[in-house]
Design a protein around this ligand. Structure first.
Ligand code: ZN
Length: 703
């Protein structure tokens, strides 16, 4: 059963019925679900699990099917191998395993109950482990593919997408060392386990860091009253400043007391120090050995070989191009800021900012000269109107029609579901679950996840030949207070538009294979569509169309829009150089060689790229640079995808940002392709030329 109401109504009124589900589905029920596709809201919600026994049953159904497929693939004689009996079944595993992991992972993020969290975490760990044993880490599967390449491949007439999957899968197994001798493979696997353990330790040391400083009320002058009042206190006039990001941005941007800023900077920059220095050194050495064993020159070469960028050399030259333009602009920005130093800030003997003063000077300059007040802007974005406005943009641009439904049951009464249909044909694209408001025990950031992926399937004729998909968008937007409705900051509006962009990637991508569905693209490309959508929110007309002052109903006035655009460009030179520094650190730590001096590299990059800030010898950012764990050498991906997002955006914009023809073109060349094509080719085909950095330079005023 589903309830249909207008978007506006439903988003304003939180649901009042409690959704519960009594019935417990068995392993057999979940197995049957794997073989079918979603046709209704009930079907969509049935993919989620609502009790510990259901988590267990869904997991078990997935394991049963994985084992069946494993036996089936290995039973085929070498000379009879075809794409259909060797590669296709492996692709099917990607589909139903992804669905099980997605559905169970969301339990972990969204359910309030700790028992459910534990059961979900243990189930997804087990599924990942079994997938590793049976498929991704299993040499027998690799050899089955080698046999297919030797025997069946010539006879098979593969589509471009099938051939791409085959090439990518072989490259994946080579990166896993499957072509090596069994002896080397054992060595590799030992190294991999050691590296995994170190990565875990590295991130636990950061998450578990409890550093803080204390300060009196007077020493917090300049900071926001609400933030100060929310701080823990040791006694009457002794506040505790913990080293978390919200506190850091408030202290470093607004605290007028230089000594407080300095003490906080030292504590923040030494999180997980010295513990992580040893962990990092070991991790970098082992990664280097791991890559060498696989025949790569360095860990960066090993990792980036599987990405859009393809090689560390290409990344380095990309970063260098950014540096040459950003340096000139940063020089002008610094000169301006030096002309108006806030009271209590002094430069060092060489005319450089102290590292603890730099963010403060920057934010004070913006406050005094750009006159931008994010709280004033927020008054123009009451949550309900802004959400509806944003959904309208997506509907018009992509020729979709959204209906908000109240699901028959869900984990919380705030949950709503968008039914997404083709506005012209009425065909169902899928469902997007929206869980947008904070509550205790819920994941505290914003994200989007794909649960069921859309692929072509001749059995789905009633849905235009493609299986409807299922995605979830999670956010933590403000709720209304007694005297004000819930208001979005401009950054919140951007966040929703960004995450919803991922959901659109899930809905619009139509591929033949599960492995390429939705946003399953290269890591350095996956953010590109969402980053393109963020640019919509700097367009004057669009900003006006989604804003409405909560008291007067007036749209966002021109002077505030001008200020938003000016803000984007004001310190773009320094922002880009700061990002290049992080990207260079992550890259250089992973170039060939043992026993790198991580402090020396960090300091050298600081002096090279940000010479206007005095070096910090007493802090150790590399000990708490969390990306070195999971992203390792690939921090460049943020800048990389932003640069190419702008290149694409500048082509789309002249055609009209809510013009369905613009949407059609974007879907045909990029959004609809999912991961079925090398992103380098995708961009070239869309742009009709090689991708370029010019739009990025123009957008950020870096001419
Ligand atoms: Zn994203």
């Amino acid at each position: 059963m589903s309830k249909r109401v207008s978007i506006l109504l439903v988003l304003v009124l939180a649901g009042c019925s409690a959704f519960t589900r009594q019935e417990i589905r068995s392993e057999k029920d979940f197995l049957a679900m794997q073989q079918s596709f979603i046709t209704s809201l009930d079907d969509a919600m049935a993919r989620f699990v609502h009790s510990v026994p259901e988590i267990e049953n869904k997991k078990q159904a997935c394991i049963t099917r994985m084992k069946e497929i494993y036996d089936m693939v290995l039973a085929v004689p070498a000379e009879q191998r075809t794409f259909a009996n060797t590669m296709q079944p492996l692709d099917a595993v990607t589909g139903f395993l992804g669905e099980a992991l997605g559905a169970i992972d969301f339990v972990n993020m969204l359910y309030p109950d700790a028992t459910m969290h534990e059961a979900a975490a243990s189930a997804t760990n087990e599924l990942r482990k079994i997938n590793e044993e049976l498929f991704s880490g299993n040499k027998k599967i690799y050899l089955a593919l080698v046999a297919y390449l030797e025997h069946g491949h010539i006879k098979d007439r593969l589509s471009k997408e099938q051939q791409y999957l085959l090439d990518e899968t072989m490259a994946f197994y080579k990166r896993r060392g499957m072509h090596l001798s069994d002896e080397s493979l054992v060595k590799l696997s030992t190294l991999k386990n050691e590296i995994d353990a170190l990565e875990k330790e590295f991130s636990l040391n950061i998450d578990g860091d409890k550093s803080s400083i204390t300060a009196t009320r007077a020493q917090l002058a300049g900071m926001n009253e609400t933030v100060i009042n929310a701080l823990e206190k040791k006694d009457d006039d002794c506040y505790i400043l913990r080293c978390d990001y919200p506190t850091a941005s408030e202290v470093q941007g607004y605290c007028a007391d230089a000594d407080t800023r300095k003490r906080f900077f030292e504590a923040f920059g030494n999180r997980a120090y010295p513990a992580n220095m040893v962990v990092l050194d070991k991790m970098l050495n082992l990664r280097d050995q791991f890559a060498k064993l696989l025949g790569f020159d360095s860990f960066a070469a090993y990792e980036i070989s599987g990405e859009m960028a393809k090689s560390p050399e290409r990344v380095a030259s990309f970063l260098q191009q950014l540096v040459s333009k950003a340096t000139a602009k940063a020089g002008q920005e610094v000169a301006l800021m030096k002309q108006d130093l806030p009271p209590g800030v002094a430069l060092d003997k060489e005319g450089r900012f102290n590292p603890w003063d730099y963010s403060y000077v920057c934010s004070q300059y913006k406050k005094n000269h750009l006159k931008i007040d994010q709280r004033e802007i927020a008054e123009y974005f009451p949550v309900d109107t802004a959400l509806q406005g944003m959904l309208n943009i997506y509907q018009k641009l992509l020729s979709l029609s959204f209906t908000v439904l109240t699901p028959p049951w869900a984990w919380h009464e705030d949950v709503r579901v968008l039914e997404v249909k083709n506005a012209k044909t009425g065909l169902l694209f899928g469902y997007i679950v929206l869980d947008l408001y904070p509550r205790p025990g819920k994941y505290s950031h914003a994200c989007c996840g794909m649960v069921v992926s859309s692929v072509y399937n001749e059995k789905a004729a009633a849905f235009g030949g493609r299986e409807p998909g299922l995605a979830v968008v999670v956010a933590n937007f403000p709720r209304a207070t007694a005297d004000k409705p819930a208001l979005f900051k401009h950054a919140d509006v951007e966040t929703f538009f960004h995450e919803f962009g991922h959901a659109m990637h899930c809905m619009m991508a139509a591929t033949a294979l599960y492995s390429h569905a939705g946003y399953q693209t290269k890591t350095d490309f996956v953010e590109l569509p969402s980053q393109i959508f963020e640019e919509w929110l700097y367009d004057r007309d669009l900003l006006k169309s989604i804003s409405s002052h909560y008291k007067t109903g007036e749209p966002l006035p021109d002077h505030l829009i001008d200020a938003l655009i000016a803000l984007k460009q004001f310190d773009s030179g320094q922002v880009v150089l700061g990002q290049v520094r992080y990207a260079q650190m992550s890259l250089r730590y992973h170039l060939a060689g043992q026993n790198k001096d991580t402090d020396a590299i960090r300091l050298e990059l600081g002096e090279q790229l940000l010479p206007h800030i005095a070096p910090s010898y007493t802090t150790h950012f590399q000990a708490n640079f969390g990306h070195l764990g999971g992203y390792s050498s690939r921090y460049y991906g943020y800048l990389w995808s932003q640069v190419y997002a702008l290149d694409v955006f500048y082509q789309l914009r002249p055609r009209g940002l809510v013009n369905p023809a613009t949407g059609d073109w974007f879907v045909a060349e990029i959004l609809g392709k999912g991961g079925s094509k090398d992103p380098n080719d995708m961009l070239k085909s869309f742009l009709g030329r090689e991708p370029s950095i010019d739009a990025f330079f123009q957008d950020l005023g870096l001419h």
